[in-house]
Design a protein. Structure first.
Length: 245
């Protein structure tokens, strides 16, 4: 495109020299914009589509184009720090730490693992072993305590027995209950169970017409609390409760 066709043909306001100078300036401006040989500085550019033959820069840094290699060195360290923080803060990591600690504690007791140069895994049972070659493993104390019987015992004399007598046992999940009772006269005895140690349900009733004693074995008692009691007063009383698995 050229502005030469707009050469001066006559005007009342501009001389021919002035008009031709304007046209030359427009031609120079068009050459700056269209030929790509000059630098153009503007405040803002607005358009629908842009086509660039070479590199595009934003704030002095090249714009990444489709197919360009990407370098992450400038944000590698911050990214690693953030990922490490996220992993260490997660519950799964805390659980894995516990599992890892348990594994380290038990690996020298149960097995020794070896790897061959070909990637084969070998497992060797470590000591201690019994005479039959079985691994000797100690049962956790908490588990052993759950299998130990628990019991309670109490007695009262006739002189002190002014309001009846009872003994209570917190037996946990031990379902087998053995009771022993001894009374110095006619009495009614109740075996009761409770889920909370406050509200009681009568499981069995024992009626004695004379002084005597007795033993009973009850299986399948699910209540965690059991109580042996008598409302009978002014007699000697002795109670015992034993619970086991």
């Amino acid at each position: 495109m050229s502005w030469r066709g707009l050469r001066y043909k006559g005007t009342e306001r501009l001389t021919s020299r002035e008009w031709n100078a304007v046209v030359d300036a427009l031609n120079d401006l068009y050459g700056f914009v269209a030929t790509g040989t000059q630098d153009i500085y503007v405040n803002a550019v607005y358009g629908n589509t842009g086509y660039f033959n070479n590199q595009v820069y934003v704030q002095g840094k090249p714009v990444i184009k489709d197919g360009d290699p990407v370098s992450i060195y400038q944000f590698f360290d911050p990214a690693v720090s953030q990922m490490v923080y996220a992993i260490e803060s997660s519950r799964a990591t805390r659980d894995l730490d516990l599992i890892s600690q348990y594994t380290r504690d038990s690996r020298d007791v149960l097995v020794k693992i070896t790897f061959s140069p070909y990637g084969n895994v070998g497992v060797k049972i470590a000591e201690p072993l019994d005479e039959y070659g079985r691994v000797v493993v100690s049962t956790p104390r908490e588990l052993l305590d759950e299998f130990k019987p628990v019991s309670t015992y109490g007695s009262i004399t006739a002189t002190d027995n002014t309001a009846g007598f009872s003994v209570t046992l917190s037996k946990g999940g031990r379902p087998n209950v053995n009771i022993y009772y001894s009374v110095g006269g006619a009495a009614t005895i109740y075996l009761k169970g409770s889920a909370d140690g406050v509200n009681w349900r009568t499981l069995k009733t024992y009626t004695l017409t004379t002084a005597g004693e007795g033993v009973d074995i009850i299986q399948g008692v699910a209540y965690p609390y059991v109580k042996l009691e008598t409302p009978t007063i002014a007699i000697d009383v002795a109670f015992e409760i034993v619970a086991s698995r």
